[in-house]
Every structure is written in structure tokens, then in C-alpha cells.
Design a protein around this ligand. Structure first.
Ligand SMILES: [Zn+2]
Length: 487
């Protein structure tokens, strides 16, 4: 995520460093062709059997509700038997019910295990499903969940606002079990409080004919249902989540970045902004594919939503605040689009625990954004400069702070933004100075290849950096990640 309004905190930003290194990346002419896509690629990941989600959902826009049934296949990839499984029910967080005309709610009506009713308990943002006998390593459980979601009237990543329904973190999603056990964090009202593993999705959505939907995955079928209703079907590659943006006002523009279909969805009166977003997404996708490693999916969508906090990343789709689609905010919109596109590599393909190590994807995404503007646009984005200035100001006022800490441990949102984004980005700038441009790039490429579809930790990144550079970087990373200020 990145908050576009931070721009306003630092209007008088420092002098922009203009590095005229434009790579002049160009793309084919727009194809204009939308339509259906082939089945997504199904890469094999050693030692990992991804979960499979099969979602059947119907939307009633008038009441803002979705009825859903999820069939979930979960394979125990761990080395210990599991006595229960957990799902997150993020829409039940207080944030989606406070001071809104229509509070958000995700109500689970039933859970079956195979053919039999399961013992389950839903409490706030957590669903626990007890297994009659422990699931042994390598064994698979098949669950069916029936549920109903009320979309909050709320300008968030989950919510209906300004005629657009944003469905982010909206359905029961498996919690992660790893070496530390189950990760059952609630929804923190800071940063992106999520942690999930890659899975394969098939999603069928029934909705009125007049509505358009942009989503994670490949659109595979459009079918007419009785009445003025249609059913859209998507299938995904290996992705960490599945998000949608839905509106009866949407129009779409399409182009290609190499083989990848790039799509921009926007309300019809925002066509100029939609066009700018399409170009930014295409250029960023080409640039990042070129320098980090290819984008391993068939499509990438940038959707204008009623989300009020700049932008939000999801696999194959990013939400961008519609408020920035006007000409006055062209620069901030491009900056946010590029930052969220970078997350397709950092968070999307290479995952990390965003609750415990937010800097890892945010620092990399912001530094990637800096690279894009340096190399492709020949300038530094004001958004990046604002974050670096925010950190400098924070450091002056507070004497610095620790980057590597849990979301809920930061003393304030300001501290989180300054340290995770500002100091997190500066860390990579300093790493570049430390090891050189070429080695820094090789570190990022190696990290991407080695941890594709997996969850990486700060320790993993440091190990790759040391291996590739052939240097002991422990003091460097300690200083930047764990020290509260001795630079
Ligand atoms: Zn971000």
C-alpha cells in the first residue's frame, strides 16, 4: 500500500535528483482486445501443495451483500499433524463497522468437512475448524464453507464507495501455519495486516448484467443466467489472495506488456486518468519484468476504486484511489500505480509476513518505484522524495526508530510510515552504495527467483545479499533494521 495523501505533508520537498538515465522502454500498440484468457500457468513448487479455493458467489448490489460458498482443499505442508484449521474473517474487524451507514460483516453459516458437518467456531475475525482427527503431514482436508458478506459502506479496500464495490480481504481465507505455529493476528488498522500463502483459485460471480468486474486471475467464461444476470468465471495461477473491483460505471482500456494483458478499469468520466494508469502499469510491468524477472501471470489490472488511501496491492490487480484520477493529481496517480505494480513482485510472487516484517515488501516496492522513475522517467518521484523527507523529519524529531518490528508495535502511524517506507527505502539506497549497482540488482533477482511463490523473511533477504555480494553484511542490516538510531 502507499498513501498518496502523504504528498501533501511535504509539499516543499527537497531538491529532486534528476538522473537522466531513461531506458526508453516502449511497448506494442494497444490491442484493444479484451475478452477471455487461456487457463493460467500451473507452476510446480517443490515441497508445496498449494491450497485450492473454489468460490461460488452472488452479488446483490442493492443490499450490498454477497452470498458465498467456498470449497477449500488444504494440504498439510508442515512436518507436524494439525488438529485444527483457521481462517481469517477480516470483514468483521471493527474498522469496517465504525461510523458507517452499513457496517461490514462476514457471517459463516456452516462448515462441512468432506460430507459431514464440522465443529467450528467463529469469533470476530477468526474462524476455527476442529478436525475429528489430526491432519497428518501431506494429508488433504476438503472443507465447504457457506457464508454471507455485507460490504460496508466505507471508502476502504473492502467497501462500497463512490459507486464502486471494492472486494479486498473479503472472504474466509486460510491463516498460515509455519515454524512459529498459527498466525492468527486480527485486522490491525495500520499498514497491510495480512499474511497468506499461495493458492489456486476458481471464482464464479453472479451479478447484474449492467455491472463490470475486474479481478485477480484469468477471466475464463461469461455466461448468461436467467433474468438480467450474468456469471463471470475466473481461474488464477499461484496467488496469495483474490480481489475484485465492481461497478456499473466501469469502462476498460487494454494494452499489452509483452505477452501480458494490461487492463485499466475506471468510471467512464475518468477516462484520461484511466489512460494514464494503463501506460504507467504497462511501463512498470515491462521494466520490473526486465530487471527482476518475468511477471508469471497472463493479466494485470489497475482499477479505480473508492479506496481513500492511495493504492492497495492484490495479486494481478491493484486498487487506485479514484480521487487521484483528475489532471491535477496525474503525478501522484502515476507514482501510486508504479508502487502498487512493484508489489506484484514483492508481496505477490515473493511473499512475506506483512504483519511482522512490513518493511520487506514495502521497502522493496518503494525502492523499485525509485528505480522505475530514475531509469524509465529520468527523475525522482515526488512521492518517494516525500517518504525520504518524512523519515528525515521523523529522525530529527524522534531520534530514529526500529524498522523491523510488528505493525502493532510501532508507536504511531507516522512512525510506521516514516520507518517502514522511508527508512525501508533508504536501506536499499544505502545497500546500492555499499555493494554497487550491479550486485544490488543481482541480489534482487536472486531473491526473486529463489523465493518465488514462497514466504521470505528478512533473514532470507540478508542471506541472499551476503551470498551474492560475498560480504558479511550483518552490521549493515543490523544498523538499518534493528537499531533505533546510531547512524
Ligand atoms: Zn506498498
Amino acid at each position: 500500500m502507499v498513501r498518496g495523501e502523504r504528498r501533501r505533508l511535504f509539499i516543499a520537498v527537497a531538491v529532486l535528483v534528476l538522473l537522466g538515465l531513461g531506458l526508453a522502454i516502449r511497448c506494442e500498440a494497444p490491442s484493444g482486445a479484451g475478452g477471455l484468457l487461456p487457463p493460467p500457468a500451473a507452476p510446480q513448487v517443490a515441497g508445496l501443495v498449494p491450497a485450492v479455493y473454489d468460490l461460488d458467489v452472488s452479488l446483490d448490489p442493492a443490499s450490498g451483500t454477497l452470498r458465498g460458498e467456498s470449497r477449500v482443499e488444504y494440504t498439510n505442508n508442515e512436518e507436524v499433524p494439525l488438529g485444527e484449521l483457521y481462517f481469517h474473517l477480516y470483514p468483521n474487524a471493527a474498522a469496517f463497522a465504525r461510523d458507517v451507514a452499513r457496517p461490514g460483516r462476514l457471517t459463516v453459516h456452516g462448515v462441512r468437512l468432506g460430507e459431514h458437518p464440522a465443529r467450528w467456531e467463529a469469533r470476530a475475525t477468526q474462524l476455527k475448524v476442529a478436525l475429528p482427527q489430526p491432519l497428518a503431514p501431506g494429508e488433504k482436508a476438503e472443507l465447504t464453507l457457506t457464508w454471507e458478506l455485507t460490504v460496508p459502506a466505507y471508502p476502504g479496500r473492502l467497501g462500497e464507495n463512490d459507486g464502486i464495490i471494492s472486494l479486498g480481504n473479503w472472504y474466509p481465507i486460510l491463516a498460515v501455519y509455519d515454524a512459529a505455529g498459527w498466525h492468527l493476528d486480527p485486522y490491525y488498522e495500520r499498514g497491510d495486516p495480512f499474511y497468506s500463502e499461495v493458492a489456486r483459485y476458481k471464482v464464479r460471480l453472479a451479478l447484474p448484467d449492467a455491472y463490470q468486474a475486474a479481478a485477480t486471475g484469468n477471466l475464463r467464461a461469461v455466461r448468461n443466467l436467467p433474468g438480467p444476470t450474468k456469471e463471470l468465471t475466473w481461474e488464477s495461477g499461484l496467488v496469495r489472495d483474490f480481489a475484485l473491483a465492481i461497478s456499473s460505471d466501469y469502462q476498460a482500456l487494454r494494452t499489452r506488456a509483452g505477452e501480458v494483458l494490461v487492463q485499466s478499469y475506471f468510471p467512464k468520466e475518468e477516462r484520461d486518468g484511466g489512460r494514464r494508469v494503463l501506460a504507467a502499469g504497462r511501463d512498470a510491468l515491462e521494466f520490473f519484468s526486465c530487471i527482476f524477472g518475468s511477471y508469471p501471470y497472463d493479466q494485470f489490472t489497475l482499477a479505480a476504486t473508492g479506496f481513500y488511501q492511495g493504492g492497495m496491492e492484490y495479486p494481478n490487480i491493484v486498487f487506485l484511489a479514484r480521487q487521484f484520477y483528475g489532471p491535477a493529481d496525474a503525478d501522484v496517480l502515476e507514482y501510486v500505480a508504479v508502487h502498487e505494480t512493484a508489489h506484484q513482485w514483492w508481496y505477490g510472487v515473493v511473499g512475506n509476513n506483512q504483519v511482522e516484517e512490513a518493511w520487506l515488501d514495502e521497502g522493496l516496492a518503494e525502492f523499485s518505484t525509485l528505480l522505475f522513475f530514475e531509469k524509465v522517467r529520468g527523475r525522482t518521484a515526488a512521492g518517494t522524495q516525500s517518504l525520504l523527507s518524512l523519515y528525515a523529519a521523523y529522525r530529527q524529531a524522534e531520534g530514529d526508530g526500529v524498522v523491523l518490528q510488528r505493525l502493532d508495535a510501532f508507536p504511531s502511524d507516522l512512525a510506521y510510515n516514516a520507518l517502514v517506507y522511508g527508512k525501508g527505502c533508504l536501506l536499499f539506497i544505502k545497500l546500492r552504495e555499499e555493494v554497487g549497482e550491479e550486485t544490488r540488482l543481482k541480489i534482487m533477482r536472486t531473491y526473486y527467483q529463489r523465493f518465488a511463490y514462497r514466504t521470505a523473511t528478512s533473514r532470507d533477504f540478508i542471506r541472499v545479499a551476503e551470498e551474492v555480494s560475498g560480504r558479511d553484511l550483518s552490521a549493515f542490516f543490523h544498523r538499518w533494521l534493528e537499531s533505533a538510531g546510531e547512524k
